[in-house]
Design a protein around this ligand. Structure first.
Ligand code: GLU
Length: 295
């Protein structure tokens, strides 16, 4: 990791992320009426990485319903995003859908009955539909690098497979997982895609129901408790909103009933969450009184 104490450290595990300018910063807030407030690099696509896990969870819940929770838990892990220790204790059942193991298990559910290409197409189409933007794509160079260097994820997937938690081949599940982590989106696209979570499962522009209100509430609950790995407590304490981070430096945060917010600042803190992104959200929620816990 390159030392940049004031901004955190840009992820360096793959060259595509290591090259990103640590000084990049973008922020977009979209309120219930569709007003967009944007600042900085708000139109620059970045690697959404683990933020994709919110959308694969939503998609998988739509496909298999609450049966999903037999395959993955919903408790905070208190462990790093790629920890294998907990999996051994819990006999291959990942703690929650947002740590890597959990997200791989969710991806496996989406994959069942499909070819990897179809499953991936489904995920990308879902992102485009939610963001109302057909230009969203996968950064193939990032996906290839993830695949080449993803030894820990390969270990996690094999470990789960040995417990019978994965239905599909490890290669297929990981192939789809690495590719959905490599989706590139701007803050504006991401904030658009998150709007249904801020408005009881509904896209407030079209009135279309993406998920039932109860499901949106529950996804938000998992984001609040598990969305920032072992930094989830700190994020809830400081920001007080459901949020999901990715190692690309993005955070999607939901102010229920009020707004969908996306921030991007690639420097990470020790838990792998955007350092300035979190600070920006903390300032924003404080100023606007948007914490779900009150002012
Ligand atoms: N693709 C990354 C991995 O699986 C995602 C991690 C993250 O964004 O936290 O290691």
């Amino acid at each position: 990791m390159a030392q940049r104490p004031d901004r955190g450290e840009v992820a360096t595990y793959i060259p595509e992320l290591a090259r990103i300018d640590a000084k990049s910063f973008g922020l977009v807030v979209i309120d219930a009426d569709g007003h967009v407030a944007a600042a900085g690099d708000s139109e620059v696509p970045f690697s959404i990485q683990s933020i994709s896990k919110v959308f694969t969870l939503t998609l998988a819940l739509g496909m298999v319903g609450d049966r999903l929770w037999r395959r993955v838990g919903r408790e905070p892990s208190g462990s790093p995003f790629n920890s294998i220790v907990q999996l051994e204790h819990e006999r291959g059942i990942p703690r929650n859908p947002f740590i890597n193991a959990g997200a791989i298990a969710v991806t496996d559910l989406i994959l069942s009955g499909h070819q990897p290409r179809e499953a991936l197409g489904e995920i990308v189409r879902f992102m485009r539909f939610l963001a109302d933007d057909s230009s969203i794509t996968i950064d193939e160079a990032v996906a290839a690098s993830e695949q080449r260097t993803g030894f820990r994820n390969i270990a996690l997937a094999n470990y789960m497979k040995s417990f019978g938690v994965l239905e599909n081949s490890v290669d297929f599940a990981l192939g789809v997982y690495f590719h959905h982590c490599a989706i590139a989106m701007s803050c504006r696209q991401l904030a658009m895609a998150g709007r249904f979570l801020a408005h009881h499962g509904r896209n407030p522009d079209t009135g279309l129901l993406v998920v039932q209100p109860e499901r949106a509430r529950r996804i938000n609950a998992v984001m609040l408790t598990c969305g920032h790995y072992d930094g989830s407590g700190e994020f809830a304490y400081r920001v007080g909103l459901p949020g999901k981070s990715g190692v690309g430096g993005g955070i999607l945060a939901i102010a229920p009933g009020k707004a969908s917010i996306a921030v991007w600042a690639p420097g990470l803190d020790a838990s792998g969450n955007s350092h300035l992104g979190r600070i920006a959200l903390e300032m924003l929620t404080k100023k606007l009184g948007w914490s779900i816990f009150g002012v």
